[in-house]
Design a binder for this molecule. Sequence first.
Ligand code: GUN
Length: 361
Amino acid sequence: MASLMFTDCSSSTTSRLIHLNRRSGTFLLRQCVGQLRLQTTASGRGCCIRSSSSPISAISADTKSSEGAAIVIDGKAVAKKIRDEITIEVSRMKESIGVIPGLAVILVGDRKDSATYVRNKKKACDSVGIKSFEVRLAEDSSEEEVLKSVSGFNDDPSVHGILVQLPLPSHMDEQNILNAVSIEKDVDGFHPLNIGRLAMRGREPLFVPCTPKGCIELLHRYNIEIKGKRAVVIGRSNIVGMPAALLLQREDATVSIIHSRTKNPEEITREADIIIAAVGQPNMVRGSWIKPGAVIIDVGINPVEDPSAARGYRLVGDICYEEACKVASAITPVPGGVGPMTIAMLLSNTLTSAKRIHNFQ
Ligand code: GUN
């Protein structure tokens, strides 16, 4: 379930949290008390005045921008550039060896958010010339039915990547199903062998999970140095937080992970040169948590009520953007930051897989 909050960073200390039932699209109201120390700041998102879609000279936490405003890391533009690169490679592969990369997606149940993600993945495949395959199974399907679909795609030579959309219905054993995906087609990078290799020095996973890979790709494309920096990852999910921390460590950052039992998250976050927030709490990280000049990658996509928006809500990240962009040296917006990168990395992993399977350089 996603949450909807009646607040931006600068509103009162008591905020009402609404849960958006993504299956039915209905709203359930719940009272809650904001846990965070709130400050009064100018509202609006106009504070990040420098925007750049191209790699810039190295940003570091030691060099706060002179204007006092962060550079906006334009994930949408970077993702488009990556998709353009993939389009060229897909057509080169087709012309050279007659192979079209193929991605299979398995969607179980009727979660609206998952259906949207899957639709977007299909659209993205179409846009770069990757063939997409889709299996939709009912919420009450058995685990065996899912395993049968996985097995069919494992054996299908026109499929080079397999993605089982998560979360799965609660009666299914996610681990069992992810283990069944062929490691050579595990474009999500969730197979324990791929995750295990990601965690080990001197080992190479065949695939890296798409969202964390997209975060690191943004840092690379903006020439943001990672080596030797202090990084904090907020959230420890299998999909984002945990692999993001492993990736940062592989890049020689010194990494701390903040989670629900961390006693002093604000203090630890304030030490960070690089922050990756993937916790699913709207505006959780305030300006006061951020070291001047830090680089911020915000993975959160949280709907908050906004009567002025056509849909009645807007999307905000886990970072209080309007405060953070006055302190950070660079920051990803929400939307338009990490989101488009996740799909670009999925396409990239699918192309890599097809090239590897067909030994195409
Ligand atoms: N659900 C949310 N994010 C992801 C993802 O990256 N991959 C899959 N398979 N499911 C997801």
